[in-house]
Design a protein around this ligand. Structure first.
Ligand code: SAH
Ligand code: SF4
Ligand code: F3S
Length: 455
């Protein structure tokens, strides 16, 4: 193939962006570019951006800003802002980044190669934030397997129709649309042939997969994916509590390959705040779904997202969030200080919580969860968990060095998504193994292989 130079892709934001960046990589590869981890070596630099919070947006501007000087030295260097900030900013991006060559919105990825050709023939400052009727799909090529040879994200739907009042996603990603199950399964079959053993199916609200298209339900899709030979494990994110159905809980319980883990964002424990967020459920409904999940899948690992300091959140309402978090006992949480997004309705709500108070609430929540995570990890000692081996661990545990100094230390994840380290000279990435947990650490577990191995 004609060699065109080096391309560097920098990804900020959610798992969907990781997936999208791989697709952009596939396009660049097809155009003859070789991917590089080193931006200073690159002839084309792409930043795939996230607009979810102010900080994420700033990261995009600061990353791309670094190449203004480079560009003066090397006018042939192409710089691209892709994804959610690109969609949000359009041509305004040039005000802060006059050296930028292409603003590629979230639905413009199918036109990426055309724009690259135009840039190569001398055009500058191209903006494409136009909508698209088709969902951009490319089959994974070898460039997609560099990061993790065992586990991959697969986006199954785009956009969101929920319009939570704090959230920018419906404005930057557009309306919800699902890919066909046939194309999803075909993609996963290729991944399995390449050695991938775990897939995480992605959508903003996977429970409504196929609803608009009136096709297979999400539970039905899980069954299809479970039928792909070579795939040992299936995960998915994100589930919206209002749409978590009994069918899905059943499918999770019945399908062995679906991991016993669920990420179920609650956002707040206060019904008044949940209503202002337009979440469509109450704290009581959320707790009843947790009960249903735990009675169907007793060992289920649970994680959640929480926003603290939503406009007008009182300290009592924050205490309700703390109380809910304590009551559920999550394995892990992702907590964020509310960040104003000008396109989202909550930006116009009165009564903002001041930043110092927001940070104080966030710190209390995170400190509590650290203790809970440690406690949950300690509860695992003595138990046997199924682990998908990811490879040789880079970090050596002290206890391990003393007891088994000549054996390799491997790493993998349990079904509940906990990192597990263990000694082995025979196991390899992609093996499924049973590990007896001997020690718990704040961010990982340690144990020894104890049983059945599926190579
Ligand atoms: N679709 C998913 C979440 C997508 S965004 C869902 O509905 O749960 C990931 C997380 O970012 C959200 O769950 C929320 O906790 C957080 N988030 C979104 N907008 C935010 C904002 N304006 N400020 C702070 N956190 C926000
Ligand atoms: Fe944003 Fe709500 Fe959609 Fe999640 S469900 S992406 S939080 S609007
Ligand atoms: Fe960010 Fe866009 Fe994902 S705003 S969280 S990259 S959908």
């Amino acid at each position: 193939m004609h060699y065109n130079g080096y391309a560097h892709i920098h990804t900020i934001g959610c798992q969907m962006n990781v997936y999208d960046s791989e697709k952009l990589g596939t396009v660049l590869h097809a155009l003859g570019y070789q991917l590089t981890r080193h931006p200073e070596q690159a002839d084309i630099i792409v930043c795939n951006t996230c607009a979810i919070r102010h900080k994420a947006e700033e990261k995009a501007f600061s990353f791309l800003g670094r190449f203004a000087k480079e560009k003066r030295k090397n006018p042939r260097l192409i710089t691209v802002m892709a994804g959610c900030v690109a969609q949000q900013e359009g041509k305004n991006a040039f005000q802060r980044l006059p050296h930028l060559d292409l603003v590629l919105g979230t639905q413009a990825f199918s036109r990426f190669s055309t724009h690259i050709a135009a840039l190569k023939s001398g055009q500058r400052q191209i903006v494409d934030t136009a909508p698209s009727d088709v969902i951009f799909e490319t089959l994974p090529d070898d460039t997609a397997f560099a990061e993790n040879p065992v586990s991959k994200f697969v986006t199954i739907m785009q956009g969101c129709d929920n319009f939570c009042t704090y959230c920018v996603v419906p404005y930057v990603r557009g309306r919800e649309r699902s890919r066909s199950w046939q194309s999803i399964v075909a993609e996963i079959e290729i991944l399995a042939e390449k050695g991938i053993r775990e897939v995480t199916l992605l959508g903003q609200n996977v429970n409504s997969y196929g609803a608009k298209e009136n096709s297979l339900s999400f539970a039905g899709l899980l069954e299809k994916v479970a039928g792909v030979d070579g795939i040992h494990r299936i995960r998915f994110a994100t589930s919206h509590p209002k749409d978590l159905s009994h069918d899905l809980i059943r499918a999770m319980a019945d399908l062995d390959k679906v991991c016993d883990h669920l990420h179920l964002p609650v956002q707040s424990g206060s019904n008044r705040i949940l209503k202002k967020m337009n979440r469509g459920y109450t704290a009581e409904l959320y707790l009843s779904r947790i009960d249903a999940l735990r009675s169907a899948i007793p060992d289920i690992g649970l994680s959640t997202d929480i926003i603290v300091g939503f406009p007008s959140e009182t300290s009592e309402e924050f205490e309700q969030t703390m109380a809910l978090v304590k009551q559920v006992g999550f394995d892990s949480i992702f907590a964020f200080a509310y960040s104003d997004r000008s396109s989202a309705p909550a930006a116009k709500f009165s009564d903002p919580v001041d930043d110092t108070e927001k940070m104080a609430r966030l710190n209390r929540l995170l400190t509590f969860q650290d203790t809970m995570t440690q406690k949950k990890n300690e509860q695992m000692t003595g138990r046997v968990v199924q682990v998908l081996v990811e490879g040789v661990s880079l970090k050596q545990h002290d206890g391990f060095v003393k007891t088994t100094p000549h054996t390799r230390q491997m790493t993998g994840r349990s079904e509940a998504n906990k990192i597990v380290h263990f000694p082995s000279d025979t196991l390899a990435a992609g093996d499924l193994v049973e590990i007896k947990i001997l020690n718990a650490y704040p961010h990982s577990l340690w144990g020894t292989a104890s049983g059945t191995v599926m190579p």
